[in-house]
Design a protein around this ligand. Structure first.
Ligand code: IMP
Ligand code: MG
Length: 175
């Protein structure tokens, strides 16, 4: 089940997305970016933030998975690669949450091999204490403790992604 009380409300999410978009717009002034959303989890954050970023952009998506139920498997499956060419582009990776860091580290290494002009990472949430590998995060919405959360794009077994706010997920057997 999902706990009734939002962990992050719609208002808290909106406020932070606006702040991040303003910071990104400022940092990339005069440049074109390639905004890359990491699916499925980042779809909601991605669509909210790109609407507010004030620089010209192309968008593209990568589809990956690494989680089984509530555990990171440590191996990332790439289901769909980018369609855009990354070479000499200013790539901004947009992710929902960083936990062990393994997913983003894989993606980052892969994209750097394609020689972008620059590569920055924006993650809405950061579970810092769970990191197994360091990944440089340029923009973070909220640093959060180690809870398993759902909503705002994030799932438990592919459910709850459509919640407009973020909640802590607890399995029946944890109650
Ligand atoms: P990492 O590879 O361990 O950093 O995991 C990153 C990916 O796992 C994210 O892109 C999410 O899709 C998923 N993930 C990590 N923590 C959570 C969570 O609390 N709820 C839902 N998905 C999560
Ligand atoms: Mg994700």
């Amino acid at each position: 089940m999902v706990t009734g009380k939002p962990f992050l409300t719609v208002e808290q999410i909106e406020k932070r997305v606006q702040e991040l978009a303003a910071e990104i717009s400022n940092d990339y002034e005069g440049k074109d970016i390639l905004a890359v959303g990491i699916l499925k989890g980042a779809f909601m954050f991605f669509s909210d933030i790109v609407k507010l970023i004030q620089v010209p952009m192309d968008i593209d998506f990568l589809t990956v998975s690494s989680y089984v139920k509530k555990e990171s498997t440590g191996t990332m499956n790439m289901h769909a690669d980018l369609r855009e060419n990354v070479r000499d582009r200013h790539v901004l990776l947009i992710e929902d949450i960083v936990d062990t860091g393994l997913t983003l580290n894989h993606i980052r290494t892969l994209l750097l091999e394609r020689k972008p002009a620059s590569l920055k990472i924006c993650s809405f949430l950061d579970k810092k204490s769970c990191r197994e590998i360091e990944v440089p995060l340029d923009y973070v919405g909220y640093a959060i403790p180690n809870h398993y959360i759902v909503g705002y794009g994030l799932d438990y077994e592919n459910k709850f992604r459509n919640l407009p706010y973020i909640s802590i997920f607890k399995s029946e057997d944890q109650e």
